[in-house]
Design a protein around this ligand. Structure first.
Ligand code: HEC
Ligand code: HEC
Ligand SMILES: [Ca+2]
Ligand SMILES: [Ca+2]
Ligand SMILES: [Ca+2]
Length: 456
């Protein structure tokens, strides 16, 4: 055990030898993961608390916004929350972002819960975006209103792989392999498909407030510092400002801000046209509707949905002075996890909401794209992200996954990992070294890393 630790120190000196000081965190410096927005509480509603630093007026807005996020849409021409579909994935934001946490993995193909599939064919559009698939568009809608046909159904099977840690302990990694059944029209040849599970929606306003220069400062596309990590920014299309900008949201950072992310969700996930995307997702397809009722929601509703994600509080860390959690955090940094799961930022000025500005936050993400290897690849480009690349997800709230979502947890972009250890062992590509370092830890040390993650 001692010898082992020494070896680890040696590896980590090589790995983190030239890291800037700011990455060495004090013991419980990161107690308030979300700065002044942080809230306390380890109950099922832990992801549903308003940020702690909202003004009374903002708190009122947040309560309105909460309704928008939960609103269930119904078929047109109903005047209240009408306009659902004609094809869609779910009828409310919260049906996918359950209790504002991640979606459960579906139990069968009849209801995919918060799992959806992005689609495209080879090539890029005039703004660098993936090319929509003929007859299918950019997303597979698996539900339809009465009288219309869903685009298709999904089926899957699991493939398994066994991994062995240095001490002989084994774990089984399994991943779903998806295929389309009952397509309403023949599937275009070479159509690419990217599975995406609904992630938690806490802390996102803070990520939006991180200065672009701070994100760019972490990027190292040609791995100039030779540490095997070459994070790059995604560059995506900002619909409102009609310009290319840094992507931050979604598993491949394909969306630039929360308003556009929410507008895309209304349009693609729910079939609700809005001021950003005023054309039905089924436009030009046989299941389109001929109603002249677009946009189906106005700016106020759209802004409210985005504001809800912007104004949620981030739960505080727990048990930060537990010695094994402290050593877990040290190990996390030593074995190179923090090279992508970047601990700390100070937010800049948020363009609209002062409560998000100048906050010292600990999201444990660099918001950059990384090649994560073949095992995680979706083989589908998304703007500048290639088929192997994913955005580092923030880790705040990770330890409350089951508290919020029930007994089963599903990590990673397609929900394949049922435990945090499985999620780590799927890491490859730029994270291969870090993953190897983890699997070469003793069981006690591995448990300490997991306990640290659970304290987030
Ligand atoms: C059918 C399920 C589904 C519905 C309905 C849905 N979402 Fe999502 N949401 C997702 C998935 C899947 C992602 C990840 C998307 C990606 O990677 O491109 C996501 C991502 C997001 C993100 C970005 C999170 C991050 O960490 O980057 C926000 C914000 C968001 N959704 C808000 C909303 C809002 C607001 C609504 C309602 C208007 C909504 N969602 C409706 C499934 C859903
Ligand atoms: C090269 C960058 C990189 C390194 C190094 C790295 N990660 Fe990750 N991590 C990612 C990316 C990207 C994902 C998302 C991959 C996906 O969903 O396909 C991820 C996902 C995760 C998840 C799942 C999060 C979620 O919301 O589902 C956990 C947990 C995690 N990493 C922990 C770790 C730990 C612990 C280490 C160190 C052993 C580590 N990571 C090292 C980039 C990295
Ligand atoms: Ca509609
Ligand atoms: Ca579609
Ligand atoms: Ca590098």
């Amino acid at each position: 055990m001692k010898r082992h630790f020494f070896l680890l120190m040696l590896i980590s000196t090589i790995l983190v030898g030239c890291k800037p000081d700011e990455d060495i965190l004090l013991e419980d410096e990161d107690l308030n993961l979300g700065g002044a927005t942080s809230i306390s509480g380890t109950y099922i509603q832990a992801f549903q608390q308003p940020a702690a630093n909202l003004s009374t007026a903002e708190l009122d807005l947040h309560r309105e916004a909460d309704k928008a996020f939960g609103d269930i849409f119904v078929t047109a021409p109903n005047t209240i929350n009408g306009g659902l579909g004609p094809i869609f994935n779910q009828n409310a934001c919260e049906n996918c972002h359950v209790s504002n946490g991640r979606s459960p993995f579906p139990t069968d193909g009849n209801d995919l819960r918060g799992l959806l599939f992005r689609l495209s064919i080879e090539g890029i559009g005039s703004h660098g975006e993936p090319l929509a698939a003929p007859n299918y568009g950019g997303q597979l809608q698996t539900k339809a209103t009465f009288g219309k046909t869903p685009e298709a159904q999904l089926t899957w099977y699991e493939v398994e792989e066994i991994k062995t840690f240095i001490d002989g302990e084994q774990i089984t990694l399994s991943k779903p392999v998806f295929s389309i059944v009952n397509p309403y029209l023949p599937i275009p040849p070479n159509m690419m498909m990217s599975p995406r599970m609904a992630p938690p929606v806490i802390g996102l306003g803070l990520l939006e407030a991180i200065r672009e220069s701070d994100i760019l400062a972490l990027a190292d596309p040609d791995d100039a510092d030779n540490n095997g990590i070459s994070g790059k920014v995604n560059r995506v299309w900002d619909v409102k400002n009609q310009q290319t900008t840094v992507g931050r949201f979604g598993w491949k950072a394909g969306q630039p801000n929360l308003l556009q992310q929410s507008a895309a969700a209304y349009n693609q996930d729910m079939g609700i046209t809005n001021p950003y995307f005023a054309q039905e997702n089924s436009y030009g397809q046989t299941q389109g509707d001929a109603l002249a009722d677009d946009p189906e929601i106005d700016d106020i509703t759209l802004k409210a949905a985005a504001f809800y994600a912007q104004s949620l509080g981030v739960p505080q860390r727990r048990n930060t002075t537990d010695p094994s959690i402290i050593s877990g955090k040290e190990l996390f940094m030593q074995i190179g996890c923090g090279n992508c799961h970047h601990p700390k930022f100070i937010t800049g000025q948020h363009s609209e909401y002062a409560f998000l500005s100048n906050q010292k936050i600990y999201p444990y993400t660099d918001l950059l794209l990384h090649d994560m290897g073949e095992g995680l690849a979706d083989n589908r480009p998304d703007f500048e992200a290639n088929g192997n690349e994913w955005r580092t997800p923030p880790l705040w709230g990770l330890g409350l996954t089951k508290t919020v979502g029930g007994q089963q947890a599903n990590y990673l972009h397609d929900g394949r990992a049922k435990t945090l250890q499985e999620a780590i062992m799927w890491h490859g590509g730029e994270a291969e070294n870090s993953k190897e370092n983890f699997s070469n830890l003793s069981k006690t040390e591995r448990e300490a890393v997991i306990k640290f993650l659970e304290s987030l």
